[in-house]
Design a protein. Structure first.
Length: 727
């Protein structure tokens, strides 16, 4: 295995030299080993981005490859942009020609070059999830499939899952359920319709690129020869299609470096396969594995608690995070009476931190399920504490922006039937449902787009009166705007389209409270277009990014789900709702058994390691779920936290003391084995009484929990402290 010396670069770039000198031994090794397969297991807060960017810069500065010979893929546009900026600072300027972007953006770049080999035009449209759903609804209606029995969203989800697993319709093995049979039927029609529309969806970007490589060996050879070095970020989040795509490209030089953390694989529900990273050594014989374990983010107690928790998982490489930091607060586990008291407690703590001059931006509340945010939001409103909910509706998903995008899309791509359908009667032009049905039927019969179908039917008597005149008008406008693409600045053209179509006027005359805000959003939309070199470039950006980067001037507490928190860090983190039946999530446990439980534990690990200085875990003894009060037990994950790194506090008002239960799994090396609690005098089949559930029979014993078959409410798990022997 070849090593690259990093000495002597001081004369090339002092910034690079400073970066190299800041690397710890493991990081430096990950940068210096350039040849052959390398897996960098980068624990939370261990500086993986620093390693990736330094490695990429070192390859370029040492002239081991030109920028065009390096492929670096990430999962988010934000990560790609950040990496690009860091590399530019290290090499002394932009690395022109570098293939650095998300999986999807890189695949778009390849597909545009070779679209004709897949029977597409290079100007193909990229559909978002909303357009995908509308197209599937059209197919369901045409095929007379019962939409209530087979909801379009469910069928779309099944199709997307197949695409993540690199399965085209003809490759799907015998579907089992009626849902899968219906989805497979729709899948084939859907793909054919996409081809007619010269469109692809998000899942197609990688799937079709994979198809291109597998069916055209000369094209694959072109890229395996070109890319001498491949770098992959967040490898644990790859799905099957991304994994196969990378393996094909790595056949050339074999110089593939994947950076990831098996302990932070939390996206199984959207196709990620933790097995991809776990079998790296089998996939790439002779691979070297380097563990980054020195953490630069969290204090020793947070790391100790997180390491002990994740050690309970069996499917992992294994590593132990450590830090040179000394001192710091222990992880606090706080029991509370109910969800309302939990929100009051967190609100009071936030105000205390604020009085100590801690920035609200550095405080986060992480929850397992979206419904948990409501009580925190209401509490912060009462206290007058500014907050933001991360992961809410995004700019480009708003109704008025989707309409405006459809106008731009139909001008750029006349065969975009979904865009045509969205704008043809928005604002109202007198084009009714029957007219649209006629257009759809003819388009399907002839296998042409709605625009082409309209043009042909204009020459017949199928369309008459006001509807025909309105269609003539919109087709004339689209043609005129299309001619202006080459001569009119695209920002100005967008303003012209929105004004001349009557869309701006529609909202100007609208008297609803939302109308002023929608008009402001349209202004922001036009401003955004002005920042791009062309209208097609802007539309591609929207399809890939689907987010609006708007700066927030006011300090705010951050509220988000644990999934949304990955990649972020805060001084203080509240981890709310650590209760059985909420976290771990019962749906995850029901669908995947032990594999899902391990993913839930990884989610807990991710949450803990977001905290720099302070992590506070809360659970409620009672919680209202779907308008029903439920008595709750602390999450099993609280049992797996080591005593020497945690502070456990019971709040007055709980009817039972908060007692640590013995862990059912192996204790951490740093912790003495927990002493099992005595079973007291409870026996199997003993008659007992519970103040809430009444009389019942003990059917199982587990630590300080009892499983009881109650006479009137069925089988439930309860704490021993709630139960008395029946006389």
């Amino acid at each position: 295995m070849n090593h690259m010396s990093l000495e002597g670069h001081e004369t090339i770039n002092s910034v690079f030299s400073e970066q190299v000198n800041s690397l710890n031994p493991a990081q430096r090794q990950a940068v210096e080993i350039t040849e052959g397969p390398l897996l960098v297991l980068a624990g939370a807060g261990t500086g993986k981005t620093r390693v990736l960017t330094t490695r990429l810069a070192a390859i370029l500065l040492s002239r081991k490859a030109w920028p065009s010979q390096v492929l670096a893929v990430t999962f988010t546009n934000k990560a790609a942009q950040g990496m690009r900026e860091r590399v530019a600072s290290l090499v002394g300027g932009p690395a022109e020609g570098l293939w650095l972007g998300t999986f999807h953006s890189v695949c778009v770049r390849i597909l545009r070059r070779h679209a004709e080999l897949l029977h597409l035009q290079s100007s193909f449209t990229i559909l978002d999830a909303d357009d995908q759903l509308r197209l599937i609804k059209q197919i369901i209606k045409a095929e007379e499939i019962d939409e209530k029995k087979f909801p379009p969203r469910v069928l779309a989800s099944i199709i997307s899952r197949w695409k993540d697993r690199a399965l085209m319709p003809e490759k799907v093995s015998a579907p089992g359920s009626d849902f899968e049979k219906a989805a497979l039927h729709v899948y084939g029609l859907y793909q054919n319709r996409l081809k007619v529309l010269n469109a692809v969806d998000f899942g197609d970007l990688i799937l079709l690129c994979l198809k291109l490589f597998m069916e055209h060996s000369d094209v694959l050879a072109q890229y395996t020869t070109q890319f001498r070095y491949i770098l992959v970020d967040e490898y644990q989040d790859t799905n099957v299609a991304q994994y196969l795509w990378l393996r094909l490209l790595a056949q050339g030089s074999g110089n593939i470096c994947c950076v990831g953390d098996d302990d932070q694989s939390i996206y199984r529900w959207r196709g990620a396969e933790v097995g991809n990273i776990l079998r790296f050594e089998k996939d790439f014989p002779g691979a070297i594995i380097i563990r980054l374990e020195q953490n630069y983010r969290s204090n020793a107690h947070i790391l100790g608690a997180a390491s002990c928790l994740i050690a309970q998982n069996e499917s992992r490489f294994g590593k132990t995070l450590w830090t040179e930091q000394t001192g710091g607060e222990k992880v606090r586990v706080q029991g509370l009476w109910d969800g309302e008291e939990e929100a009051r407690f967190v609100g009071d703590e936030v105000e205390t931190l604020q009085r100590k001059n801690q920035s609200l931006n550095e405080i986060a509340i992480l929850v397992r399920a979206g419904f948990q945010t409501r009580e925190f939001e209401e509490r912060f409103i009462t206290l007058g504490v500014p907050y933001r909910v991360i992961g809410g509706p995004r700019f480009y998903e708003r109704l008025e922006i989707r309409d405006a995008l459809a106008y731009m899309r139909i001008v750029v791509q006349p065969n975009d039937s979904l865009a045509f359908e969205r704008i043809v009667n928005t604002p109202k032009r007198g084009i009714g449902t029957s007219t649209l049905q006629t257009l759809h039927q003819y388009a399907r019969y002839e296998e042409i787009s709605l625009t082409e179908a309209t043009l042909r039917l204009m020459e017949t008597d199928e369309l008459r009166g006001k509807a025909k005149a309105a269609l003539e008008g919109i087709l004339f406008d689209i043609g005129r705007w299309r001619k202006q693409l080459e001569t009119t600045p695209h920002g100005e053209l967008a303003r012209i389209i929105l004004d001349e179509s009557g869309y701006t006027a529609m909202w100007q005359t609208d008297k609803s409270p939302e109308a002023p805000g929608r008009l402001e959003n349209l202004k922001e939309f036009v401003n955004a277009i002005d920042e791009f070199e062309s209208l097609p470039t802007f539309l591609e950006h929207v399809s890939l990014v689907m987010e609006n980067a708007t700066g927030m001037g006011t300090e705010m507490v951050n509220i988000m789900t644990l999934h949304s928190a990955k990649g972020l860090e805060f001084d203080t983190v509240f981890l709310a709702g650590w209760e059985e039946g909420l976290f771990p999530h019962p749906r995850a446990l029901g669908e995947g058994g032990s594999a899902s439980l391990e993913e839930e534990r990884r989610l807990a690990y991710v949450g803990l390691t977001r905290a720099r200085k302070q992590a506070i875990i809360t659970f409620a003894a009672n919680r209202r779920v779907h308008n029903q009060w439920q008595s709750s037990l602390p999450s099993r994950f609280t049992d797996e936290l080591p005593l020497d790194h945690t502070e456990r506090i019971n709040v007055g008002g709980l009817t039972h003391p908060f007692i640590r239960r013995p862990s059912m799994s192996q204790p951490c090396a740093s912790e003495a084995p927990a002493q099992p609690l005595k079973k007291k005098d409870f026996q199997i089949r003993q008659r007992v009484f519970h103040i809430k559930f009444g009389y019942g029979l003990v059917i199982a014993l587990e630590g300080d929990k009892l499983e009881i078959d109650f006479d009137h409410t069925g089988v439930k798990k309860v704490m021993k402290n709630f139960v008395e022997k029946a006389e």
